[in-house]
Design a protein around this ligand. Structure first.
Ligand code: ADP
Length: 561
């Protein structure tokens, strides 16, 4: 630090010196130019010239273009050539004709001046550039210093347990095994059981990906290493990779332990498109580290992301993040549990069920903020307890990032229920497997298979069309909520015709896509007629529970058919 300050002082002194020289040079040039351009001779009349002639004070006569210049000891005068009797002057006084040489001399001086200007200008520019470079260098030195100060890899001790995580029961269950492994890695090793090295938590912000990872560390009582993906790539070239290896080294030393990488997509973005050498170096280092340790080392890497589709395939390959756990926005039942947790130690008379009903689309983090706002509101109103009305009063205020969170109103809820319900029913009917379809999300509809039949692809298309066709049928109107699914349907359709050449006689024509699309639309419309009664039941189920499983759909169908 001292060194940087010293350097800074020297630079300021240098800068001052250079500036003084530049100003002096500029002054000289200005004076020279002024002198050259100055025409100091006074213009006189015929009579005045004659008076001078008579006085005998003229020392020199100069013929200068259209003028005759008359110089005396003290001063210079000039007069138009035609205005005097030149011969008389020429005879009496020494005459000099101003030749082109004198002009050349003037031009030479002028050129010198211009050169002087250019030289000074360039010097100033150079000076500025050097200053800028030095400033950047200084800033980077400070940044490196800071980076090395803040960013040293440190283990945290987590005090979070599963009791602090409300809802997401499935996720907890999936992670139990990992906790058990972290408690006794040797036992697993002795039995020759391999566990994943990496777990990827996929879900929108604020659903508890970080919280649950901390809870895993807390439950297993192991050190927790937190790093955000962005922090790897925002620092210096080469530093990201270095940090990754440092992180793994420490985690291995303190094993069993957990490495948590938040927003792993910042490092693991698929490498197509724009290249970023720093990110690539960091990603390669991460892959190397993950391949490098035995699963018996007792280090579990948990990555969190909102955008799994953007991740590089290499990260998802076997032996890396090969276990994926999806965490959705909480459904009604989970929202109840989360609100219960948040209101546990706050005096309240809140109808939690009602608040949960009106907060569809809220993440746990948003519910946290909402509860806090409601408590503040109650306090300002001097109420002894928080009430449901306090939640109602503040719910339009809660923000998620920059976006205001606005829950769906009753009409939107119904439209969405018809939309998602139709997808669930058509999927079940056409035997397109799915796990759970919720009001807001469709979970992993397409199974990853090596060989897929044409009829299966057409079924996928029909499922993606089902929502929009059902709402169109019920409301005689079209809505914007189908945009993503329609795009999916079109994408599959395009692949079916172009990539897989499944059109008539393997021909690729745009007409072919239209034929398939028309057939699918008409089939789904017929199917929706048949399923109308079932759809009403599914919609009721969705409005009540916010999601429906394949089994539940099958039960409803079995009852009716
Ligand atoms: P993510 O990592 O998915 O963005 P976080 O784990 O950082 O979300 O959650 C942000 C905050 O939201 C947490 O500090 C916690 O207060 C709250 N939260 C999230 N999920 C839950 C949950 N399941 N139960 C209780 N609180 C939660």
């Amino acid at each position: 630090m001292q060194e940087i300050k010293q350097q800074f002082k020297v630079e300021i002194a240098n800068k001052k010196k250079q500036r003084t020289i530049a100003v002096l040079l500029l002054l000289v040039v200005i004076l020279l130019t002024f002198n050259m351009l100055r025409d100091s001779d006074t213009l006189i009349t015929h009579n005045q010239a004659n008076a001078l002639y008579a006085k005998n004070t003229i020392t020199q006569v100069i013929v200068d273009g259209d003028f005759i210049r008359l110089l005396t000891e003290e001063e210079g005068y000039k007069i138009y050539k035609g205005a005097i009797n030149k011969t008389a002057f020429y005879q009496k006084y020494p005459v000099q004709v101003r030749s082109d040489n004198t002009y050349l001399y003037d031009i030479f001086v002028l050129l010198l001046c211009i050169l002087g200007f250019v030289f000074i200008y360039r010097m100033i520019q150079k000076n500025k550039r050097e200053q800028q470079e030095q400033q950047e260098k200084r800033a980077s030195m400070l940044k490196i210093e800071e980076a090395s100060k803040i960013q040293t890899v440190e283990a945290l001790t987590s005090t979070v347990t599963f009791a602090d995580v409300a809802g997401i029961h499935d996720v907890k269950e999936e992670l139990e095994e990992i906790i058990d492994f972290l408690r006794e890695p040797k036992r697993y090793h002795d039995l020759g059981i391999r566990l994943p090295k990496g777990v990827l938590l996929v879900g929108p912000p604020g659903v508890g990906k970080t919280l649950i990872s901390k809870a895993v560390a807390g439950e297993a009582n192991v050190p927790f290493f937190y790093q955000s993906g962005a922090s790897f790539v925002h620092i210096y070239v080469g530093m990201g990779a270095k940090r990754v290896s440092e992180l793994f080294q420490k985690a291995k030393q303190m094993a069993p332990s957990i490495i948590f990488i938040d927003e792993i997509d910042a490092v693991g973005k698929s490498r197509g498109g724009m290249r970023n050498d720093e990110r690539e170096a960091t990603l390669n280092q991460l892959l190397t580290e993950m391949d490098g340790f035995e699963d018996s080392a007792g280090v579990i890497v948990i990555g969190a992301t909102n955008k799994i589709e953007m991740l590089d395939d290499a990260l998802l390959r076997a032996g890396r993040f090969d276990r994926r756990i999806h965490i959705d926005l909480p459904d009604l039942a989970d929202r109840v549990k989360i609100l219960e947790l948040y209101l546990l130690n706050k005096p309240n008379m809140v109808n939690i069920e009602e608040v949960a009903q009106m907060t569809i689309g809220f993440s746990a983090a948003a519910l946290d903020t909402l509860t806090n706002e409601a408590a503040l509101y109650a306090m300002k109103a001097q109420g002894p307890m928080i009430e449901t009305s306090d939640f109602e009063a503040v719910k339009d205020k809660v923000l998620l990032g920059k976006r205001k969170l606005r829950p769906l109103n009753q009409e939107e809820r119904e439209i969405q229920a018809v939309y998602q319900g139709a997808k669930a029913l058509v999927s079940t009917w056409l035997a397109v497997e799915f796990d759970k379809i919720s009001m807001l999300n469709t979970q992993v509809l397409i199974q990853e298979q090596e060989i897929v039949s044409k009829s299966k692809l057409l079924s996928y298309i029909k499922v993606y069309l089902a929502g929009s066709l059902a709402t169109k049928k019920r409301y005689k109107e079209q809505f914007t909520n189908g945009a993503k699914d329609i795009a999916q349907a079109k994408e599959i359709l395009g692949k079916l015709v172009v990539e897989y050449a499944m059109g008539d006689n393997f021909l690729v024509t745009s007409k072919q896509e239209e034929i398939f699309l028309r057939e699918s639309v008409s089939e789904v419309n017929t199917l929706l007629e048949t399923l109308d009664e079932a759809l009403t039941e599914v919609v009721a189920h969705l409005l009540k529970y916010e999601n429906i499983t394949e089994d539940e759909c099958r039960d409803i169908l079995r009852k009716i058919f």
